[in-house]
Design a binder for this molecule. Sequence first.
Ligand code: CA
Length: 379
Amino acid sequence: MTGPTVESVEAIGVEAPLEEPFGYAQAWVDTRTATLVRVAASDGTVGWGECWGPVAGTVETVEEVLAPHVLGEDPREVERLYDRLYDAGRATYQTVVPLPAISGIDLALWDLAGKLRGEPVSTLLGGARREAVRPYATGHYFPQVDDVEDVYESVVEEATANADALGAIKLKTGLSLLGYGPGEDVELVRRVREAVGPDVTVMVDANYAYDRTDARRVGRALAAEGVHWFEEPVAPEDVEGYARLAGWLDVPVAGGECHTPAEFDRLFEVGGLDVAQPDVCIVGGLTPARRIARRARDHGVPLVPHVWGTPVALAASLGLIATLPGEPWLEFDRSPNPLREELSVGSFAPDDDGLVVIPDEPGLGVTLDEDAIERYRAE
Ligand code: CA
């Protein structure tokens, strides 16, 4: 007996220019982008996935390099197809496996597999441990201003509002983007802590702004401010640096959005992460994210997925979070993103208890607004 097979794979780039750019350690963001992946099965069922990154190159990689490896295959055999995509990606590029592009197809296959089986992805991934998750607010980026006092004022105002709403916030450091340095970064965190009080959970994300020496200095100051974790203190390639910092610092060291599955293995082996943060739209999809979650558990490291995309990214991340041990968080992006707000029917707003409910519909549990997708489709 044969079931439905993969009939088509379409990649749809979406772009939303922002009215005002915002900055973090590495860059200014003036457009939000994603590549959605629509996989249709021979019985008409459709699954959706999402790729992180620029539209340019991603659409072609999905449709021309990767899609031929899943067409005609059983979409329920996701693990096998992920391995095939990974091997095909490596054979094509040799030094780099196009993990964000693979992510879009992998997520769409999980969505499709769940819909074909009539089960949410959390069931397919091994079983849900919760129905809802606490969110923390990501945002607090740098405005395009000259005076650091104006940065402090802007960030303190936004952080206070998000702290009132959710009780947990993540700040950005890396004011080197504006010509300042680690001293101003620490001052920014100090001012926010003073404004929100001692009971609010405050994380700090440096987006690898520092070398090891500055990271150690900043990390010690963050520990004194009661910071919950210090994210991406140094460059993702510096695995040994992560291990040293995790040993030197009292504040937990977090990271993962820039790491490959193989790098997670090394980081766990050397004790380089106190919190592991794979992104299902970057690391290759739910298949490697689940494997990383298993290894994190074996090493006693909590996993908190990185999330910064459209409702597809949110739904897929929630499906993974449902299955995690311990008390995970949802990274709840509050920075401007029309794609996040408009591409789905319904949204993922916190409920009256301040928790975000995890979808329990078949597949990822997200319904996309195809008119909205057309509105934002990249030229
Ligand atoms: Ca981050």
